[in-house]
Ligand binder design. Structure first.
Ligand SMILES: [Fe+2]
Length: 179
């Protein structure tokens, strides 16, 4: 289950209900999907063939279509990052820049871990959402955020899009960036 860490206050939020309530207040969609639907060999596989990726999409087809229908997504795919990814360091440098999108950004973690660092509403400042397999989040449009890996340095995620143009990253800058 996801864990929230608020950077300014050091506050940690855990537990499905508390995490759900906090993220709802911040306009961030949060769900947890049943990972037992995923074939066993894909729980710890990070170097994926096209066939593996298709298997992941097939395993969660119903959940994906339900989420897509509710929120207007029309395309989806699978992304995998690990030390076997060429240029992982370069990719991470790019991902670790604060940016916004004109559409919301949706990720379903199916293996490994990832962190979204999101700029909260009002005084709260930036908070980390640490994600594990089964966690589903959507960062709202125009909300500054960035993504990085956790200690295991590996993740597999399903991405859902309204429009591929809406997913272009626009750099975000503020005078005193406290992240
Ligand atoms: Fe993003």
């Amino acid at each position: 289950m996801a864990v929230i860490k608020v950077r300014n206050s050091g506050k940690v939020i855990e537990g499905v209900e508390q995490v759900g309530a906090f993220l709802e207040e911040q306009g961030v969609l949060y769900e947890h999907w049943d990972m037992s639907k995923l074939p066993q060999e894909l729980h710890e596989k990070f170097n994926l063939s096209d066939e593996d990726k298709q298997q992941i999409l097939t395993a969660f087809d119903q959940d994906i279509r339900s989420l897509a229908e509710r929120r207007g997504y029309v395309n989806w795919d699978v992304i995998a990052l690990s030390d076997t990814t060429p240029n992982l360091e370069e990719l991470l440098k790019k991902f670790e820049q604060v940016h916004t999108h004109t559409d919301d950004e949706v990720r379903v973690i199916t293996a490994g871990h990832g962190i979204f660092i999101v700029k909260g509403e009002g005084e709260i400042g930036y908070f980390d959402i640490e994600l594990e397999a089964g966690d589903v989040i959507s960062v709202p449009e125009h909300t500054p955020h960035f993504f990085t890996l956790m200690e295991d340095r590996q993740v597999v995620a399903v991405r859902l899009f309204i429009d591929t143009d809406g997913w272009v990253a626009h750099p975000y800058e503020e005078k005193e960036q406290q992240i």
